[in-house]
Structures are given as C-alpha cells and as structure tokens.
Write a protein that binds this ligand. Sequence first.
Ligand SMILES: [Zn+2]
Length: 337
Amino acid sequence: MKKAFDMYYSESDNLITSSPSDRNDIVLMDRAIARSYAPSGRGWLDDAAFQIRTGLDARRLAGLIRRYERLNVVDRHEPSECPHGHIFDPGATECPDCHEPASNARLSGLTRYWVLKQPQEPLFDPTTARRPFNVFISYRHGETGQLAADLYYGLVSRNLNVFLDSSIIPPGVSFERIFLPVASDTSHFVFLASDSYFDSTYCKAELAHALRTARNVIPVPIGGNFHPPNDMPWLNQMNPCLIIGDGQCLSKELEDYLLPVVTQNPAPTNCDHRLNACIYLLQQMGRNELLSRFATSNWLSDIINQGTGPQHWIVAIRQEVGNNTTRLNELCSTLAP
Ligand SMILES: [Zn+2]
C-alpha cells in the first residue's frame, strides 16, 4: 500500500533516495512538472512557471531541472518566434497563429521544457476543475492509481472532461459540496472496484448518488471477482465489466470496452437501483436529518415519525414506493446532496 503523499514520478523518489536533504524541493518540482503534463505530449513549462509553482530561486531551479532532464522526465528546447512575435514549437512547419512559414521565424531566446513523461497518478484538482464533466472515475489511491492515470489521460486526449476521485479528500475541500454533486450529475460513473474500494465510505456515497440519479454506472472489477459489500448486496445484480483489470495499467482490451461506453451520448441510464441507493443513503442518516430532508413530503415524514427505527422505515418506504415512480422521484430528490 502506498502512502498518501507519494511522488508523481518514480524518478523523484530516486532523486530523493540519492540526495535526501533535497527532499522538500524535489517534492515541489515533482508537482510542478506533473501539473504540466498533457496526454498529447505537448505539455510544457518554462523557468517562470517553475519559479511560480515551486518558489525556488533561479540558481536552485537550474540545478534541479538538469537532474530531471538527465532522467528524461523533461526536455529543454528553445521555441521559435515568427516575425509577428508569436511564440511556437520549433518542430512546427508554420506559426499556428498567423501561418507564417517556420523558415521566416527566428529563435526566441526563451527556454521551455517539454514534459515527456506521464505522471504515475494524474494531478487533478477538484476545486478548480470545471463542469460539466463527461466521466467520473472513482478509484483507491495506492491500489489502482496507474490504471486511473492511464484511463484519465486516455479520455482527456479524446476531449472528454473527466472528474477524478482518488478517495483522498484534499484538506479544506467539502466532500458533500464538491464530490457528491459531481457524482450525481456526471453521465458516466466508472469505478475501479479493487480490494479496498468498498472500505471507503466516500466511494460508497458517490456510487450511491450516481445510482440515485440513474447515471450510467460501470463497475470495473480489479484483480479477482466482483464482491459487493454487505451494506450494498444488491450491487450483485449489476453487470460488472467482464474484462478484469489487473490494476496496473490500462489494457487494450479494457480500453476498447470502456471507450465506446463512456462516449455514448446521451448516456444510457441505470434506473434499477435508484431505490436501493436511496435506502443505502438514508441508512447513513439519523432521524433528525431525515425529518428535515423529508419536511416537504407528508408520506415520508409520516414514515419516520411513526416508525420505530431504520429497520421499520426501510420496510415502510419500500412498501410505499412500490412501483410508484412519482414517489420514487420524490424520495430521490429529498436525498440530493
Ligand atoms: Zn505568427
């Protein structure tokens, strides 16, 4: 099991091992580089970006950048400048802004670094990522990080907007306000069901909200069979993806299976487990929270007021909902994050 603050690049781990006193600066470099990686291979950063992101002075930076260059994580280049002052990739045949042939360009005198290597896990910031998302990927950091990274960059390179959740909630970020609404709203919800996936109450809550709102939920079993937890036994009736990931990286087989599924628009809906998901969610709440959520619904308030406790509420709610879609919709909306 990996720690919560691993490096984005194994090269950073090696650099720290060979010079432990540089650890803090290497951590800063590691994150600065990972942030600029683009699946097109065209992600770059320059000295100014390095300075802003790391806070290190020019001399210190130059030495650290050289170490990453030697390990082929970044590659230095000098961009071209066209006669109109546009800066562009020295490998291009013309200026992408004004189409002036590259033969009329000169060297810009600037220094940039391509980010050559994909980080081991994507650096994703849930607070700055913009809606709407096409795909939600839910996984456990330390178990399926590499697979999540391959999947994330693979989908991003196909112009899909992906929300990524490693089940580690960054400090100061509200799980209820950020993660649960996105899980409820995103058309396709892919979860990498590794050994400890269901140990996380965060993961289970996201999954329940995706099912509550009838999203296209796609279980990807990792390693062995698909083992739903005791408090979600009905997940057994879901069709997990038949291709078992090994959690290490994205196989061609899994990619070929998932891509057509998550690019379907409109997304298929999964209505079978809306009631089950609602029951799961309300089991996590106490009487007072339920009464305030159900305040606008007479039949739901009556069940909580008259019932003796969760066991009784659940039986009564299942009975009252039955095949009544209006009641089911009402229950689903009262449980929205
Ligand atoms: Zn130009």
